[in-house]
Design a protein around this ligand. Structure first.
Ligand code: FEO
Length: 168
């Protein structure tokens, strides 16, 4: 069964939301690099890479269903965050927004009785739970560290080991 035009347009929108997420996280990484928090910068760069993988998954799904993707303009992301915890809180807020987008897509697929798209989106539903949990865990650690510079130094080292998950 072919994907409807409405569903295809909505998936295209999500494709661009994922790329926009990557752009935001690259901007956060740049801010971390500028503040000599290279571990957090590596963490954010890995996060950005995962977003591009999410976009590719949607691209492939649309391609596989005889549809194509269209690239939309990406607005300029915020360039600076006051503290590391502010940045990660902003990332969590953004992930909550993305989770809502995914859930709306699932509702649309259900409404259209588009079982293939609903099944495809299942991976994203699970992925969003993980993304929100990971961001919240990092916020918890940053709040534990508070103003302790040594603690922040240690945490920066710890998060530098993150590698991207290709979601395979
Ligand atoms: Fe692709 Fe972080 O949502």
């Amino acid at each position: 069964m072919a994907i409807s035009k409405t569903m295809s347009d909505a998936l295209n929108k999500q494709f661009n939301e994922e790329l926009s997420s990557a752009y935001l996280y690259e901007s956060m990484a740049a801010d971390f690099y500028a503040k000599n928090l290279s571990g957090f910068a590596v963490w954010m760069t890995a996060q950005a890479s995962e977003e591009r993988i999410h976009a590719q998954k949607i691209h492939q799904f649309l391609d596989g269903n005889g549809e194509r993707v269209f690239y939309a303009a990406i607005s300029e992301p915020q360039a600076e965050w006051k503290t590391p915890v502010d940045a990660i809180k902003a990332a969590l807020g953004h992930e909550k927004f993305i989770s809502k987008c995914i859930h709306d897509l699932v509702r649309m697929a259900r409404k259209e009785d588009d079982i293939a798209t609903e099944s495809f989106l299942g991976w994203f539903v699970t992925e969003q739970i993980e993304e929100e949990t990971t961001a919240q865990a990092l916020i918890d650690k940053l709040e534990m560290v508070g103003d302790n510079r040594m603690g922040l130094y240690q945490l920066d080292k710890e998060v530098s080991t993150r590698v991207e998950n290709n979601g395979g």
